[in-house]
Every structure is written in C-alpha cells, then in structure tokens.
Write a protein that binds this ligand. Structure first.
Ligand code: GTP
Ligand code: SPV
Ligand code: MN
Length: 627
C-alpha cells in the first residue's frame, strides 16, 4: 500500500446548507436503489443533490481518507494517486452484452447478458459492505434539451461522485426531470472492495477482477473493480458513446469520440468543426488551440464527445454531452496548451496520478521545460531529476516519469478561457467539417480532404493509430481505430459503418459536413516530428476552411485531395520547406504496404462491411496501380 500524504488544512469559508431537498418519486428508480442496496449491502445510502455543501463534505471525507491531498497552490483542488494497477481503461475487460453476439460484432468482447449478469451479480453481492452507496442522478448535455439525456449512477466511490460532479450535470435538477417521467440509463458501479467490520480502508480501493459491461438493449451499464475515469465515470464513455451510439443508430443520429471547436476567420466567418482522434491523440489540444496565424480565433465547445443530430435545415448539429475536461496531463504546458493551463489555474480540479511538488502543487512531464528539483511521484515516492537523493543514493523512482503517462486533470469546462458562449446551446452548433486523425509515424499525410462523403466514411473506417497509455496494454502498436471509436462502438462495426455511409443517401446530403484526414505525428528519419503541431495546427484548419469557402486549391492524389503547392499557409513557420513537403507527401510504397492491412481489417469485421466501402477500397487500389 502506498504511503498516506499529510493533509493541508482547508482554507475555504463555511458553505451554506442546501435548499429544500428534492425526493425521488420515480418508482422504477426507487425499486432499483432498493434492489441494489439489498444486493451490495452498503452501510449507508446517500442521494447526491449536486450542492456546494455536499461537494465540500465529500472532498473533506476524501482528504480525511487519504485519497485526496488538498493542494496549497490551487483553490479547491486535489491531488489523487490511484492504485498503480488501476490507471487506464481496460479494453480487454470491456463487454458489449447484446442479446445476440452478432450485434456486438467482431471488434467487441461479448458474453450472453444472462451469463454476464450471473457472474457480476455474484461479484456485487456484499461488495459495498463498510461503504456508502451514492445515488447520482445526472444529465448528459443540457437540461433544456428537447429530450434530456438522463442517467443515474449508483457508486460506492466518493472519488467517482466528486469527479462526476465536475464532468457532468449532477443532482436535483436531473432528479426532477426523472421524477417528471424522463427516461434514464441505469449505471451501476462498485470498486469491489468491501470492508470487514473495523477494517481500515486504503486510499484507492479497487479489485483485480474488473468488468466494464454495457447491455445495449436495456440501456444499462454495470461496472466493477475499477475507479479509473473511463471505467468508472459511467456518464462518459459507457453512456455517451457505447450506449448512446446504439440509441443514435436507432434514432438516426451520431454519438462520436470527437472534440467540437469554433473557428473565426479574419473576415469573421464562423465555422464549427468536429474532430475524431483516438485517445491521447490530440483532441483536448486541438479544441483549445491558440492559432499562430494572425487574425484567426478558436473557441472551445467540447474536447472528447460530440452528439450530432440533424436540424430541420439538413445540417448536422453537435452538442457536447459533458460538462468538464478529463484531460491527459503530460504534454500540457504553457507553450503547448495555455488555455488548458488557465482552466486548471482557476482551481476546482482533481488531478490523478500526476506528481506533487513540495509546496503543494502539481507537476507533470511537459508542464515546464525543467522539472522541479524535488517531487513526490505518482506512486508516492521521492523523485528528483537526477534520480539521486540528497545523499547521492539512487532512488527507486530513478529513470521513471514523475507523472503516469495517462495521468489526468479533471476541471470544469466553464473554466476554459476560450469557451464558446454557445457551448450549452440545447440544439447544438451546425458542423461544417469533420476531421479524422491518428498518430502515425509514417504513411498518413498531414492533411487530405475526402473526395466525397463515401470516401470520407472510408477514411474514417480505416483510420489507424499507434496505441497510447490511455488504455492498458502495449503502447505504440499500429491498429485500426475506426472513427477513433474502436473501444467505444456499442454495436457491430460494419453496421456502424453502414449507419455513417447511409447518411450520404439523404436527400439533403449536400448539407453534410466535408471530411478531412489529418496526422500531426509523422516523423522524420531522425525520429523527430515533421510538423510542430499544437498552435501551428491552425494552418491546417485554415486550409480546411479555405476549402469550404472555395478559396484554396487542392491537388488530387490516389488517397485524396492534398494542398496544392503553396496553398498551405507556412508564412513565418519555423520548419524547413523540405519537412513540410515530407509531412504532406504521399509515399506510394508505404500505401502499398498499408493495403493488405485494410484488406485484413475488412475481413476481420466480416459480412457487415457495406459494399460502398469495398468499392472505395477497390478504387484506392486501382488509383495506386494495384487493381
Ligand atoms: P483523450 O482524452 O485520451 O481522449 O486524449 P486527447 O485526444 O484529448 O489527446 P490530448 O489533446 O490530451 O493529447 C494527448 C497527447 O498528445 C498529449 O501529450 C499532447 O501533448 C500530445 N499532442 C497533442 N496535440 C499534439 C500535436 O499537435 N503534436 C504533437 N507532437 N503532440 C500533440
Ligand atoms: C479516453 O481514453 O479516450 C479518455 C479518457 O478520454 S477516459 O475517460 O478514461 O475514457
Ligand atoms: Mn477520449
């Protein structure tokens, strides 16, 4: 067990008592809470109302338990270290338990619902002993939505309750909408660490056995054994992507792993853009970009999830279902992402698996050019840049990063200084362009535009990326991650592609966003990035908007439309023209090596891959001279 760190006294003033409590009246909800209480046997049941007083009591309890360390240097903010085994999403323990296996498809783990329920019911039996069961009513997206997207998470983790309060809209207002008859998703979570009478707790309770299970037909989520973000904050990936993608298929809309940003040109034209990049591949950074080109402005609407529905004008409108940022800490600094840094500085945040400074602040790799002289690392150990202690002895932490590569900040989105005023507009914002992107050292050019909708769907369906620390398992392995949704599709991948492809047959398909494919991560022979990325990505966004406005020329290549010579604005860019050319290049040999991987991918998904995508693949082969 890791060492408990000393608590800093709470400097905040007293908080007023909550207003008159709202009581649940929905019979299904009351029955469910009764049923789960009987099954899990908690010591107490608490209904979460979302008040400041409640949050204060909860975070005090977390500090008392040694789970949170109050930061001296940031208001109302906390450092938290997880168990070293519980640091990321567990894709191999994640299941789509549809009634029929074929509906989960080749890319998802599947088990029959009754079989999974039997296993997990046994795990849940008595799993909350010695703990408090919290009932957390929540709403994904604005309360004012035509159909508010409600849920209730039952959890035995105070960390989860505190994080849900930052990430989503929780409490009385959601409960009132449920009382009024709104439909809601059942989301059950237990860390799976019951306490015997008198047994002392650990700072981060969890269980070696983990299951992250979605029952799509029942719109139900069961999660066991983990306290980590995507495994435990069930409004996020489990509801807003896995369950919502199934609802979206049934109702004709899209639930996607996408940021939403607003771009204002020097002429004050406004365009909204969404972008799907796999986990830890740059969504939060692009969403908060500080353009390096004069006259352009970016505002943020969302950094991880977009729900897109068609408006009466035939355009796709995007809403961010979340209310907070759960961002990758490493690499976030004043030069790379100043807007995230400002959001964090404002306080009210939880930092998980970062390093702690001696004066009560947080630090991670990439925050500052040089690390502080002395830190406590994410495992609670002494850490120095040299790896030596004051006596010159080698530290156990020597040679390891002070923050876990998947350490995270959890911060209210309202603290983002460039938040677009329309971020919580119930109908959302009309989308002009969709970017797909991944992390590839080779092959994929900096930017390419799809010829048409179907070609864009093919680009998304064959998207590839190197794996990152956001999920357990090997890092840096190239895999297909369609639309950046591989771990998040709630149904068969081929059916998901068909859902996307079918949109191209709408009578008003000319209103659909234009599709582009980007790669900020191509490498030079020396291993360095060819493209500087971050704020410089505004140059690519400018080309995208200029394409929409008919102001920029493109050049046709076998894989799509790339900027014609001189059309990408590199004025004042501190990169050699050769590197820019290499970043944009289409290497036919690399593409020939890619084709068998795409063949394999479509074979793996099977019969449900729509014919239109096979036709795109055939077209690509013939353009590369391989037909
Ligand atoms: P999730 O929250 O896991 O979905 O990740 P995300 O897609 O929001 O990724 P994020 O923006 O947090 O970036 C992940 C990592 O990639 C961070 O370490 C960033 O510093 C780094 N990164 C982001 N954008 C760029 C870029 O343009 N170039 C390079 N080289 N690195 C980048
Ligand atoms: C991701 O992994 O894509 C994240 C973090 O955004 S998590 O909430 O863990 O899914
Ligand atoms: Mn994500």
């Amino acid at each position: 067990a890791r060492t408990r760190l000393a608590a800093v006294p709470d400097p905040t003033a007293t908080v007023p008592e909550p207003a008159s409590p709202i009581v649940a009246t929905d019979a299904a909800l009351l029955d469910w809470v009764t049923e789960i209480t009987a099954l899990t046997e908690p010591d107490a049941v608490v209904w979460v109302n979302g008040s400041d007083a409640e949050y204060k009591a909860l975070t005090d309890k977390l500090v008392e338990a040694g789970t949170f360390v109050r930061l001296a240097k940031k208001p109302n903010s906390f450092y938290c270290a997880s168990d070293p085994s519980d640091v990321a999403r567990v894709e191999d323990r994640t299941y789509i338990c549809s009634v029929e296996q074929k509906d989960a498809g080749a890319t998802n783990n599947w088990m029959a619902p009754s079989e999974m329920k039997a296993i997990m019911t046994d795990l849940y039996r008595g799993s909350m002993r010695g703990r408090t069961l919290y009932v957390v009513p929540f709403c994904m997206g604005p309360y004012e939505a035509e159909i508010p997207m409600l849920g209730v998470e039952i959890t035995d983790s105070e960390y989860v309750v505190a994080s849900m309060r930052i990430m989503t809209r929780v409490g009385d207002r959601a409960l009132e909408l449920i009382n009024a008859g709104g439909t809601w998703v059942r989301a059950l979570h237990s860390v799976g660490a019951p306490l015997a009478p008198g047994e002392a707790d650990v700072p981060w309770p969890c269980n070696d056995t983990k299951y992250i299970t979605q029952f799509p037909e029942e719109r139900t989520i069961w999660s066991f054994g983990s306290g980590y973000g995507g495994n435990a904050l069930l409004g996020k990936k489990c509801y807003s992507l896995r369950i919502a993608s199934v609802i979206a298929r049934d109702e004709g809309w899209l639930a996607e792993h996408m940021l939403i940003l607003k771009l204002i040109s020097p002429e004050k034209d406004v365009h909204y853009v969404v972008a799907a990049f796999p986990s830890a591949c740059g969504k939060t950074n692009l969403a908060m970009l500080e353009p390096t080109i004069p006259g352009w402005e970016v505002q943020t609407l969302g950094d991880d999830i977009a729900w897109m529905r068609f408006g009466t004008d035939g355009r796709l409108y995007a809403v961010n279902p979340e209310y907070g940022l759960f961002g990758v800490a490493p690499g976030t600094g004043w030069t790379t992402n100043p807007n995230a840094m400002k959001a964090i500085e404002a306080g009210n945040s939880v930092f998980t698996n970062v390093a702690l400074t001696d004066d009560g602040d947080v630090w991670w790799e990439g925050m500052t050019p040089e690390p502080p002289a002395h830190l406590t690392d994410w495992k609670g150990r002494e850490w120095t840049p040299s790896g030596l202690d004051a006596d010159g002895n080698k530290l156990e932490s020597a040679g390891q990063p002070a923050a876990h590569p998947n350490s995270r900040f959890c911060t209210p989105i309202t603290q983002c200084p460039i938040l677009a005023p329309e971020y919580d507009e119930p109908v959302g914002v009309p989308i002009s362009a969709i970017l797909f992107g991944g992390r590839r050292k080779t092959t994929i050019p900096l930017v390419a535009q799809a010829r048409d909708w179907n070609h864009g769907v093919f680009m998304g369906a064959t998207l590839s990326s190197e794996t990152t620390a956001a999920a357990t398992g090997a890092v840096g392995v190239v895999r297909r991650d369609p639309m950046a949704m591989l771990p998040f599709m709630g149904y068969d991948a081929g059916d998901y592609f068909k859902h996307w492809a079918d949109l191209g047959d709408r009578p008003d398909a000319d209103q659909l966003p234009k599709i582009f494919y980007v790669n900020w991560f191509r490498r030079a022979a020396d291993g360095g990035f060819l493209w500087p990325g971050f704020g410089e990505n505004s140059r690519v966004l400018k080309w995208v908007i200029d394409r929409l406005e008919g102001r920029a020329d493109a050049q046709s290549t076998p894989i799509g439309l790339v900027p014609a010579p001189g059309e990408l604005d590199i004025d004042g860019l501190d990169v050699t023209p050769e590197d820019v050319e290499a970043a944009l290049a289409i290497d036919v040999d690399e593409w020939k090596a890619e084709l068998p991987l795409i063949d394999e991918w479509f074979d793996f998904i099977g019969d449900t891959v729509p014919e239109s995508l096979h036709a795109e693949l055939a077209g690509l082969k013939s353009r590369l001279g391989l037909a």
